[in-house]
Design a protein around this ligand. Structure first.
Ligand code: NAP
Length: 318
């Protein structure tokens, strides 16, 4: 089969399209003919050998490697003990996350329990764009935080993969006001997804624009992440999605709950089935920034490195 493999960690050019052996599904696993594969930040962290991660968080992955965890496609075969899936079923999945997966390929193996049925009304490109970002937003906001709406909800990085989904989920959960934080070019996009207020962070600081949020989801993190604390009211929840310095002392002083354990998204066919219901009836929409053929995965990673994504990058396989 054709696949994109890296033989050394490094710049996007290490991603090479080549012929490799087709994988076989083991017990409890399903072979999927991949029609499209989503591109996510963990893919380029892996491509670079997780160089910026603290050593204790760095997985010991060694080339040659096929990377990629978001797939949409059609079941091509099943391993022993798999009764729920049959050849021909249209499925999508976040494959084995956190852990190794090989989605940038014509065929990929996934645990049967990671799969969900692809909603018939959306394309494989849209379905492949969905798993990691929809599961992250759903697991963090609905399941972990049990967000019940009310008050002002702020989404930092609102045009990006996770941000544009989180924005729609807090809207649906009953936020009184949704504030989208992104660079200026994304204003129309985030308003079309339900944002009431737009903050261009390149012109105005979030803490200047908002003072009384009950929820703030930060998809950006970084050393100055604590700048966001004053945007929350006492008792408000700050949910970080990436590593950042949220100054626990300052947060305590302000009475802000920072969920500093940094929740981790996990593969889950049942959570993805819930998401599939939202995608099927249009309550949730996944936006696509750009599409590249599988062979041009290096170009897709170069686009990712330019930043300022509006939705998701997807690799078209079929
Ligand atoms: N904890 C977990 O389980 C988990 C799961 C999945 C992903 N993640 C992490 O979550 C992060 C976000 O992932 P993603 O897929 O959403 O990334 P993404 O698609 O690249 O989105 C990031 C967005 O942030 C915006 N942005 C950049 N700097 C900003 C700033 N200072 N203020 C506000 N917005 C800013 C960017 O566009 P503009 O600058 O043009 O607005 C972009 O739209 C990544 O670091 C990823 O590794 C964590």
């Amino acid at each position: 089969m054709g696949a994109v493999r890296l033989h050394a960690f490094g710049e996007p050019e290490v991603l090479r399209y080549e012929e490799v052996a087709r994988p076989e599904p083991g017990p409890g696993e399903v072979l999927v003919r991949v029609h499209a594969a989503g591109v996510n930040p963990p893919d380029w962290y892996a491509r670079r050998g997780f160089e910026k991660f603290p050593p204790e968080l760095r997985p010991d992955w060694r080339p040659p490697l096929i990377i990629g965890s978001d797939i949409s496609g059609v079941v091509a075969g099943t391993g022993e003990g798999v009764d729920d899936w049959r050849a021909g079923d249209e499925v999508f999945a976040l494959v084995n996350f956190p852990g190794r997966s090989s989605g940038y390929a014509e065929y990929a193996v996934a645990r049967a329990t990671d799969l969900a049925r692809k909603p018939p009304g959306i394309t494989h490109l849209e379905a492949a764009a969905a798993p990691m970002v929809t599961l992250t937003a759903h697991q963090f906001i609905d399941k972990n935080l049990k967000y019940g709406g009310g008050g002002t909800a702020v989404i930092v990085g609102a045009a990006g993969g996770i941000g544009h989904i989180a924005l729609q989920l807090v809207r649906a959960a009953g936020a009184e006001e949704v504030v989208a934080v992104a660079s200026g070019r994304h204003e129309e996009f985030v308003r079309s997804l339900g944002a009431d207020r737009f903050v261009d962070y390149t012109r105005t600081s979030v803490a200047e624009a908002v003072h009384d949020a009950t929820l703030l989801l930060d998809t950006v993190g970084g050393p100055d992440a604590h700048r966001l604390l004053p945007a929350l009211r006492r008792g408000g929840d700050l949910v970080p999605v990436f590593l950042g310095d949220y100054r626990p002392d300052r947060a305590r002083e302000l009475g802000v709950n920072v969920h500093t354990d940094l929740w981790q998204v996990r593969s889950s066919g049942s959570d993805l089935t819930h998401v599939a219901g939202l995608l099927a009836d249009g309550r949730l929409r996944v936006a696509i920034d750009s599409v590249f053929p599988l062979r041009e995965a290096a170009a897709a990673h170069r686009r990712a490195e330019e930043g300022h994504l509006q939705g998701k990058i997807v690799l078209q396989v079929v």
